[in-house]
Design a protein around this ligand. Sequence first.
Ligand code: SF4
Length: 387
Amino acid sequence: MHPETKQTDYRGFEQGPIRPPSEANSLLIRVTRNCPWNRCRFCPVYKGRRFSLRPLSHVLEDIDRVHRYVTAIRQVVAGNGGLSPDDVRRVGESIVPSDEGAFHAALHWQAGGMQSIFIQDANSLVIKPDDLKTVLSKLRTCFPWVARITSYARSHTVARIADADLQAFAAAGLNRIHIGLETGSDEVLARMKKGITKAGHIKAGRKIKQAGMALSEYVMPGLGGRDLSRAHALETADCLNQIDPDFIRLRTLAIPNHTELYEDFAAGRFEKLTDREMAEEILLFLESLDGITSTVKSDHILNLFQEVDGRLPDDKDAMTSVIRAFLDLTPEDQVIYQVGRRLGLFARLADMTSPDRRARAEQACQLYGITPDNVDRTIDELMKRFI
Ligand code: SF4
């Protein structure tokens, strides 16, 4: 048994706290709890929580239980042509308290179309390769129709897995890996205690692609702070140019109070970019992506430019033109866009031409006294609520 696996009694279906935005409709299957690294200075997610591996038998039991309810729900849908609240109540009547999590997971998955499964938590590939193969095989047997099984993984872990094992994971149905690349700058990686180098990120990314799995790399605009912003943009683009991942996803830096980075920020050791500086950094980053065919997504709620979305190289001009258009706005209009975007009034720059939405953003600026001089401080407070 792995030293961190504690064989305790099974206590019911479990799900972890997070998954990528693109896995909102996925069935979440938890094979480990929390993060085995847990040292990144910007990351609030698992702080204060101990990492553990779940016993394989517990994971398989979770899958059996959720499978039982998925089967029952599918039978109802096949018979009635849909799932009414009465149907849900009837299926739910038979569940025991320890199965409530499995039942609700099955309901959520059914509502989302039952097309994908996400394996939790932060670094599922850290478990024994044979255990992961067993879990994947079980998922494929229970849910043969799913199009996608995906997981988060750390580059540090992937770089140490044998290519044959990665290929076996792919053959068993694991077809997409999400990596928190964050940055390609060795200086920023070291400062943030990411526990990996640019070379390690490149090695891991290439191994995943060579094994035949799709690769999604998360980049964190702003992570270099003011002094390393340029290095962050250029080195991250260079790193990704050497990997050519299937997806590049942007997730803007926020600094919640209970992170180590917040201590640096509060003490003046880390200077946070303004939204305008962030836009300039993202523009430099996108302009420096070269020779790759990745799809760029900006689908995180914290991002200023959700409409930066397209496939390289063809859509590069369209994506950069969004940011140029923002930078060309007057300072007053930039404030209105920043506030309207963060309040959910604007999804794209063109939404500023809607008189109603614009008026509501202007009212918010007046109500809270938001000006070009204080907009970034005020938005920081707003953003912390979404982390
Ligand atoms: S590896 Fe990921 S989950 Fe773990 S501390 Fe770093 S950012 Fe957070």
